[in-house]
Design a protein around this ligand. Structure first.
Ligand code: GLN
Length: 202
């Protein structure tokens, strides 16, 4: 079984550990560079991206994490994790650090401009057995992606979705995967299985 770390500085760590375990992975929490060096893949949880990014710097994980991603480490980020993986963000804090890994621009708290949370059923490329019920909590959306990145899901363009309709909310670039929503909260483990398969292949 692949060993998948969950970055455990802040955020919904336990929920990702449970989802990864259900998806068949062995898991461990990551707070130190030695722990990072041992994992076959890493999850960046939902939480508060500014806080997580500051703690990454404080715990001397920022540069080692960038280096491992450049070396091909599979990484999955949900919500705050997606923000961290973006090369550029809109409405970030001035002292917020980007891990990078996906050539995309993300708008932080994009859904929060309308309502704090939003739910929608999404078709996700690669997940064929029905839509994913996506829960967005003060979530970002993706403003744009480069040709390097593959769009996996968009919010359906319905009236209820308002300004969020058609927005990109799941992206993959090589072995780096990001969703604006939280599959770790819904009991549907298909996104975590997709990531676990990606780690196995790597
Ligand atoms: N709004 C949070 C941020 O900017 C993300 C919210 C989440 O992860 N649920 O980091």
């Amino acid at each position: 079984r692949p060993l998948i770390g969950v970055l455990a500085l802040q955020g919904d760590v336990r929920e990702h550990v449970a989802a990864l375990t259900a998806a068949g992975a062995a898991t461990t929490s990551v707070r130190r560079p030695e722990e990072l060096s041992r994992v076959d893949g890493l999850v960046l949880p939902g939480g508060e991206s500014t806080t997580i990014s500051r703690l990454l710097a404080t715990f001397d994980l920022l540069e080692p994490l960038r280096a491992r991603i450049a070396d091909g480490l599979p990484v999955y980020g949900s919500c705050a994790g997606m923000i961290l993986l973006a090369e550029k963000i809109i409405d970030g804090r001035p002292d917020q650090h980007q891990v990078g890994g996906i050539d995309m621009v993300v708008r932080r708290n994009a859904f929060g401009r309308q309502v704090d949370s939003f739910e929608a059923d999404l078709d996700v490329t690669g997940l064929d057995d029905g839509p994913v019920h996506a829960v967005f909590i003060r979530a970002p959306w993706v403003e744009s992606v480069s040709a390097e990145a593959e769009v996996l899901a968009r919010v359906p363009d319905t009236q209820a979705a308002g300004e969020a309709g058609g927005r990109i909310v799941a992206v993959r670039q090589g072995r780096v995967l990001a969703t604006a929503f939280h599959p770790e909260l819904t009991g549907d483990h298909r996104v975590h299985r997709l990531f676990t398969d990606l780690v196995r292949e790597a």
